[in-house]
Design a protein around this ligand. Sequence first.
Ligand SMILES: [Zn+2]
Ligand SMILES: [Zn+2]
Length: 306
Amino acid sequence: MFRMKIWFNCLLCAFLLTSAYATKAASLEVTLLGTGTPKPDIHRFGPSTVIEANGHYFLFDAGRGASIRLKQANIPIQQINHIFLTHLHSDHISGFSDLWSTSWIWQRQQPLHVYGPKGTNAFAHHSYQAHSQDIHFRTKNTGLSESASQLQSKEINDGEVVFEKDGIRIIAFLVDHKVVAPAFGYRLEYGNRVVVISGDTTYSENLIKYAQNADVLIHEIAAAMPAALKNNIKLQKILRYHTTPEQAARIFRKTRPRLAVYNHVLLFGIKEDEVMQKTGEHYDGKVMMGQDLMKIKVGEKISISK
Ligand SMILES: [Zn+2]
Ligand SMILES: [Zn+2]
């Protein structure tokens, strides 16, 4: 009996050590594929971010050129099996068909899972219809798997755990993109690591709630020179459903991520340095201006490379 107790205690110790190690060793790698907006820009492709966790790749939005950026980042496109759409504005989905069909042609082994707001099922259905001839030709002539060409879409809700497997959890939460509703952000958890992506939003209390304890908060940014804003009603409207540097600083003060990174960089007559300076006037934590192909490794340390 005594021996059995020792044996059990050893087993327990080994289990606890293993779990402690797994928690300590958990790391994520975030790659900003595109940090831009609807504006065609060779330096800032359309919004798209990929996170690698425990051997899985998760794509958040598929803006213009996402497939090209994946290639540049040496991320195998056929391993993208899950894509999470923040909302259905064209700049967030214009690279979708390319990504979906190219990953299939390059031997993706399963249907592409697409998560997003109301309207995502119709988007997936019509995308498939638009590609039906291509799918027919390729399955007939090259023997590509018809089932792997499929899109499995799911419309999501606030607070929903939309993915949970192999220690990774992805939670969708509502943000405030004003008339574009519903729009979502995502929180990815793996071990003790957390990355949060805002999607397009203005200041959002719900985002603040879901961004607590984040290692990295990737947040959109928009700013304009006062002279550009004055008497420009269209521009004033645009800024109302995005986040100014002052609002971003307030969000960072309430969430205190280890690192905040700007993406979806929408600037009108104002320089990036000025945006960083304005942010720094209201927040003393670490903030970076995101760049396309920036890699952020999130572990005990956070390291940046390109
Ligand atoms: Zn956008
Ligand atoms: Zn938008």
